[in-house]
Design a protein around this ligand. Structure first.
Ligand SMILES: [Zn+2]
Ligand SMILES: [Zn+2]
Length: 355
């Protein structure tokens, strides 16, 4: 049903949220109106709200870029369909898009950040219909849980693609139990990695990951890089795996400690993918890359074209969402932000509109 008005939670300025109503915009050609069924709370939202990271569109604006919902107007072939709204919407026409690297298109739109598109902490959102990922089948997985596919699950998938992850590969995930890292761990295993080593300082969550893709875990808290390496080598020896070549490392924490550990584990014909974001600088003898014939790769978002494959993995059970996601009413957004900011959330929270 087309609403009379759109309800949203707007960030009026960093640190302040206000419940408000906005008129339903006239849909432009190619746009669809999605009724939001769930919108995930991401660390990026918190960085805009608490840490002064500027949004491209100045406040007031509605945050939220992990959105699942139902098309209620426009995009005629999609009317009534359940969809996931990609977190990064490439322009589709620029040179970068034509190179097939649209996830880093410079004209891309991100709901809840970019000009001309607001976010998912709202009852409805108008979006370009072209890039919507249609949920054809979800085998009992709640639609609202699938909102985390936008960003939290697709970002790891794209990271794995950037590393050319193949069945039989050897993988280390640093930050393996975190909001994105837990999905990195599951994705690597789901794509056929022979061994996945999960590294994280949250011991309890890390232990849990043994049921979700991690074959071996290391808590680096209070340990030197050398200690961690010894544990890593011990596992390799026990499993008959090489300890000094071929590992693909995904650094998801963005922390200096995580990045330094990743660099210390990088070895011959290895790959390091930088998935996490942080502002600390780390030094490294780059010539080691030459000697190792190794590479370090950055990764950003995920092209909408890859979403259906990630969705398939979430529906067929290669990636399990349920233990990692919890839903809360959107009216509790302020409390959820506070809890997330203070690291009190155990799971990724999806807010359900209850205006
Ligand atoms: Zn995000
Ligand atoms: Zn583009």
């Amino acid at each position: 049903m087309i609403p009379n008005t759109i309800h949203t939670w707007q960030m009026t300025e960093p640190g302040k949220l206000r419940r408000t109503e906005i008129p339903v915009p006239e849909l432009k050609p190619g746009e669809a109106l999605v009724e939001v069924r769930g919108c995930g709370v991401c660390h990026t939202d918190l960085s805009y709200f608490y840490m002064g990271v500027p949004t491209i569109q100045k406040p007031p604006l509605t945050l939220g870029h992990e959105i699942a919902g139902v098309v209620v107007a426009g995009g005629s072939r999609l009317l009534g369909r359940e969809v996931i709204v990609p977190a990064v919407l490439p322009c589709g026409t620029c040179e970068i898009c034509r190179m097939g690297r649209g996830n880093r298109c410079l004209n891309q739109k991100m709901p809840g950040n970019s000009m001309g598109i607001y976010g998912g902490f709202a009852s409805h959102i108008p979006v370009p219909a072209r890039d919507l990922c249609v949920v054809h089948e979800r085998r009992g997985v709640p639609l609202e849980h699938l909102s985390v596919v936008a960003d939290a699950v697709t970002t790891p998938y794209q990271a794995a693609k950037r590393a050319n992850l193949q069945p039989g590969d050897l993988v280390i995930v640093i930050g393996a139990a975190g909001g994105v890292g837990s999905f990195m761990t599951q994705t690597a295993k789901g794509m056929g990695a022979k061994a996945v080593i999960g590294i994280d300082i949250n011991e309890e969550k890390l232990e849990f990951m043994k049921g979700y893709g991690a074959d071996f875990t290391i808590d680096p808290k209070g340990k030197s890089a050398k200690d961690v390496k010894e544990l890593f080598k011990g596992f390799c020896k026990e499993q008959g795996l090489p300890a000094n070549y071929g590992w693909k490392i995904f650094e998801v924490t963005g922390s200096k400690a995580g990045q330094e550990l990743a660099l210390s584990l990088l070895s011959f014909v290895g790959t390091l993918v930088i998935v996490g974001y942080g502002t600390d600088e780390t030094s490294y003898m780059l010539s080691k890359l030459m000697a190792f014939d190794a590479e370090i790769i950055g990764t950003w978002g995920c092209p909408p074209s890859a979403y259906p494959r990630v969705l398939d993995m979430c529906v067929d059970g290669r990636i399990v969402l349920e233990p990692f996601v919890e839903t809360r009413p959107m009216s509790r957004i302020e409390q959820v932000f506070e809890e997330a900011h203070h690291g009190q959330l155990r799971k990724r929270v999806v807010l359900i509109p209850d205006f």
